[in-house]
Design a protein around this ligand. Structure first.
Ligand code: DGL
Length: 258
């Protein structure tokens, strides 16, 4: 089917999911919508996040998207049910990858780093409660990281102050895994890895839900006979509620960053 897949995030974080989507679904076209003007969502109320997300999801549907990929953990935790019930196209969304993290052997803790909103929302807490040992997961809200990433800051040593603020309480614990529960954080994996190597104990294996989400999207498209097969395609369009002169170059940079 020739129609594009709509990809949504509050800002640029969803580009990390889009990159996986391009790799796994090379014959699809994508329209990306970043609500950069209103990011970060993670410090907003549930009502605000719902209103903003619904507005963007409807805009993507009006652009002719055949399916929507919610590339924002915060939006998923806030209002995924409402998006699904409002739109009559398939909607697939990313969630913090605590399940694979909890499947690791051992008794060390799993740090789940995410936005303030995600760590408090019912849907995420219900996911945590379904883990075999929910207490193994420590939720770490990390306000401030997204703002910096939205400004185009990715350097390995540019986040030590904030990481210290949020992670210093866990310096003495055994940490088996760190879940990147916000799609923006994928772009600062190196900063998080570096901090973990310097200050934390344990393997600190990093987890994210991006590839699993895209494989789920692929299954849904296949089941609904919406998957493009064979014909070369791969057009990518970027839309932002912010200033395109500011965000389009960052979008391109992140899309092609190794
Ligand atoms: N990238 C988003 C997420 O995965 C949200 C970031 C934000 O706007 O706070 O949660």
């Amino acid at each position: 089917m020739e129609k594009p897949i709509g990809v949504f995030d509050s800002g640029l974080g969803g580009v990390s999911v889009l990159r996986e989507a391009i790799r796994i679904l090379p014959h699809e076209d994508f329209i990306y919508y970043g609500d950069n003007r209103n990011a970060p969502y993670g410090d907003r109320t549930e009502q605000e996040i719902t209103k903003l997300t619904m507005h963007c999801a409807h805009a993507l549907a009006r652009c002719g998207a055949k399916a929507i990929l919610i590339a924002c953990n915060t939006a998923t935790a806030t209002c995924i049910e409402q998006i699904r019930s409002d739109l009559n196209i398939p909607v697939v969304s990313v969630e913090p990858a605590i399940k694979p993290a909890c499947m690791q052997p051992g008794n060390g803790k799993i740090l789940m780093m995410a936005t303030q909103a995600t760590t408090h929302l019912k849907r995420y807490l219900a996911l945590q409660a379904r883990m075999p040992n929910p207490a193994r997961v420590i939720n770490v809200p990390c306000p401030g990281l997204v703002e910096r990433i939205e400004r185009g800051i990715f350097a390995e040593d540019a986040f030590d102050d904030l990481l210290d603020q949020y992670l210093s309480a866990y310096h003495t614990m055994q940490i088996d895994g760190i879940v990147l529960g916000c799609t923006h954080y994928i772009f600062i994996r190196d900063a998080i890895k570096r901090y973990a190597a310097m200050h934390l104990h344990g393997t600190c294996t990093l987890f994210d839900g991006n590839a699993a989400t895209v494989y789920q999207l692929k299954r849904v498209l296949e089941a609904q006979r919406l998957l493009n097969v064979g014909t070369a395609s791969g057009n990518i369009t970027f839309h932002t509620s912010g200033d395109p002169a500011q965000y389009a170059p960052l979008f391109e940079l992140l899309l092609h960053r190794p």
